[in-house]
Write a protein that binds this ligand. Structure first.
Ligand code: ATP
Length: 462
């Protein structure tokens, strides 16, 4: 659960991030020509590339860098019994209160209580509408699942739900995966995909929306090893964010109190990030025990357990779940990399993204659009694009083009000038150090791929 009300100033405001995203076409409000649909967003070109890179890095950490996890892509629509078994039909609720005063706004009561507590107040005595100060209704539990119908007749038997998490698709496939993956606990099943929640108070840009993408992995372990693996995954997931450039002092781990735990969890720790709205959940790492497999075994009549051939032991594995949001992670990477600085008397906005996350890795820029420079630059571009996401840009002054690339976080710029025509060298500009070096065209691809694969540390720490 997020503590959105607990604020602490950061260098960048949410408004600045929203403005950059709109200006450069990363993310913009959905259905805008119809006046928008509250808190839904569309991703434009650079936003798609950035979020794809975030997801690719997650897959890399789950699949390529280890050999104990397999991938899955399950359906969004599932049998309605899934949500009965999982407890979502009954328990996936948030406490809703409505202002009885002037504004009639709806709020999440738990968030309001946290805000009062953060100020040192007593939520039992002081809970009022934050907008108009009005009295609040008694809380009622509001189910967050979106309901829809399959087939042409909308009756009770046709009700299905848009999945509110990707995890259940993994549990119901436990047996399938076990039969083909040749894995034994500890092993994991990873999935990335859309989830839907009818949030009472969506907002803060793509931090909380009603339709979002999750990156979830269910790690099945022998029961006695659950605690050890919980610790392991907390450390691993924190490392993932910092290796991709998030400053360690903008991350913290917070263990859930007893009263906060979800119905399925015996222990959960959140990795929180210092968003412009304050410390808020970025990812939850839960010990789900044997709750899900036991429930689905009970409701489906299938045995969901593991039989160890060697020890002849039969058991229901426990589950450790790192559950991250692709959109929330993308927002965190945007916030953490954003910087405005003065360069030679002019302001520049730069996204100091990890090169692997950057939507475009290299921009090829002819200094002028004459004397054969654009053609030469295009040749270089054609060559580089086979190996790296590359952009060709010949419009506007060179300074303006650098600014544009800085704003989308492109780590390297190649400038083709008159000297290039004589000696087949170009200028290679570094986004962060602003260093410009003369390098031969030959071997440029190898040089850039080498830089992309080298360990990287955010210059914000220097
Ligand atoms: P919160 O307390 O913020 O509502 P949660 O604890 O309900 O989150 P989980 O069920 O643990 O969230 O989901 C795992 C991750 O999915 C979250 O850490 C977050 O990154 C992402 N996520 C959850 N709900 C949303 C949402 N409405 N919009 C965007 N991302 C979300």
């Amino acid at each position: 659960m997020a503590t959105e009300q607990e604020t602490r100033p950061t260098e960048v405001t949410m408004e600045e991030i929203v403005a950059l995203c709109k200006r450069r076409g990363f993310v913009f409000p959905s259905s805008e020509i119809y006046g928008g649909l509250g808190s839904t967003y569309d991703y434009g070109h650079y936003g798609v590339l950035l979020k794809n890179n975030v997801k690719a890095e997650w897959w890399r950490a789950m699949l390529q860098e280890r050999d104990d996890i397999v991938a899955l892509d399950s359906a969004i629509l599932q049998h309605p019994r899934v949500w009965e078994a999982s407890g979502h039909l009954e328990g996936f609720t948030d406490p809703l209160v409505q202002c009885l005063g002037k504004c009639k706004k709806r709020w999440r009561e738990d968030h309001l209580r946290e805000a009062v507590e953060a100020e040192g107040g007593d939520p039992d005595a002081e809970l009022r509408c934050p907008q108009c100060g009005g009295e609040l209704s008694e809380p009622r539990q509001f189910n967050l699942m979106f309901e829809t119908h399959v087939g042409p007749v909308a009756d009770e038997g046709s009700t299905v739900y848009l999945r509110p998490e990707t995890a259940q698709g993994i549990f119901i496939n436990f047996k399938n995966v076990l039969s083909f993956a040749r894995k034994k606990p500890p092993f994991g099943i990873a999935q990335v995909g859309k989830s839907f929640r009818n949030e009472i108070t969506p907002g803060n840009f793509i931090f909380r929306t009603r339709e979002f993408e999750q990156m979830e992995m269910e790690y099945f372990v022998p029961p006695a090893e659950a605690q050890k693996w919980h610790q392991h995954w907390m450390a691993e997931r924190e490392r993932w964010y910092t290796e991709l450039g998030i400053r360690p002092d903008h991350l913290r781990v917070r263990a859930h109190g007893e009263d906060e735990l979800s119905h399925y969890s015996s222990a959960t720790s959140d990795i929180e990030y210092l968003f412009p709205i304050g410390w808020s959940e970025l990812e939850g790492i839960a010990d789900r025990g044997d709750f899900d497999l036991t429930q689905h075994a009970k409701f489906s009549g299938e045995k969901l357990e593991y039989f160890d051939q060697q020890t002849k032991e039969r058991y229901v594995p426990h589950v450790i779940e790192p559950a991250a949001g692709a959109d929330r992670a993308t927002l965190a990477f945007l916030v953490d990399s954003y910087e405005v600085e003065e360069v030679e008397g002019r302001q520049r906005t730069v996204l100091r993204l990890h090169p692997r996350l950057a939507p475009v890795k290299v921009a090829v820029l002819p200094l002028v659009s004459k004397d054969g420079l654009p053609e030469k630059a295009r040749e270089i571009f054609q060559d580089l694009r086979r190996r790296l996401p590359t952009e060709f840009d010949e419009g506007g002054s060179i300074g303006k083009r650098y600014r544009r690339q800085d704003e989308i976080g492109t780590p390297w710029g190649i400038t083709v000038d008159h000297q290039t025509m004589d000696d087949d060298t170009v200028t290679l500009r570094d986004r962060d150090s602003l260093e410009q070096v003369r390098v031969p065209i030959e071997g440029l691809g190898d040089e850039l791929v080498g830089r992309l694969e080298a360990p990287w540390r955010t210059p914000k720490l220097d």
